[in-house]
Design a protein around this ligand. Structure first.
Ligand SMILES: [Zn+2]
Length: 155
């Protein structure tokens, strides 16, 4: 097992992308030298970075449909249901913000909030890959030093 990666018990908690990465790592741990593994991870990292930089529009926040009674006693909503409101809610400087969405912007808002979620997911993937890269570079350094010391009897 690679140092720093939680044992089997915690695997359940890891999201799928971490598991994907883990599978790749375990595979390469067996099949490849640390140099090859580093190169492979670097490729993965660059691929995800390219995907991240391809996002041209995104919005943090969640799209929500809520039903609210308007409060007028003679309105139909007084007795049943409520009026449909479409909102976007996000957090800004620690404060929650909510705005009504015009009908024509619903799919636009949905698309952009989904973009943001994807963007954040890829960001976490990069962070995880970089963490593993750092470990592998450490392993690589040890291996190279060991090999170099073997070249002289006194080292
Ligand atoms: Zn009403």
């Amino acid at each position: 097992m690679i140092k720093g990666i939680p044992a089997t018990v915690n695997l359940v908690r890891l999201s799928s992308f971490v598991l994907d990465i883990l599978t790749v790592i375990i595979y390469y741990k067996v099949k490849m030298s640390s140099l090859d593994r580093i190169k492979e991870l670097e490729k993965q990292r660059n691929r995800i970075l390219k995907q991240i930089l391809a996002f041209r529009s995104m919005l943090p926040g969640a799209y929500k449909e809520v039903y609210c009674k308007c409060g007028k006693p003679n309105c139909w909503c007084y007795k049943k249901g409520g009026h449909l409101f479409r909102r976007i809610t996000w957090s800004e400087n620690g404060r929650s913000k909510t705005k009504a969405i015009p009908e024509e912007d619903i799919s636009w808002i949905k698309e952009l909030t989904e973009n943001y979620r994807e963007f954040q997911k890829k960001r976490r993937q990069i962070k995880e890959l970089e963490r593993i890269l750092k470990e592998l570079i450490g392993e690589y350094a040890k291996a190279v030093i060991k090999k170099s010391r073997r070249q002289r009897d006194y080292l």
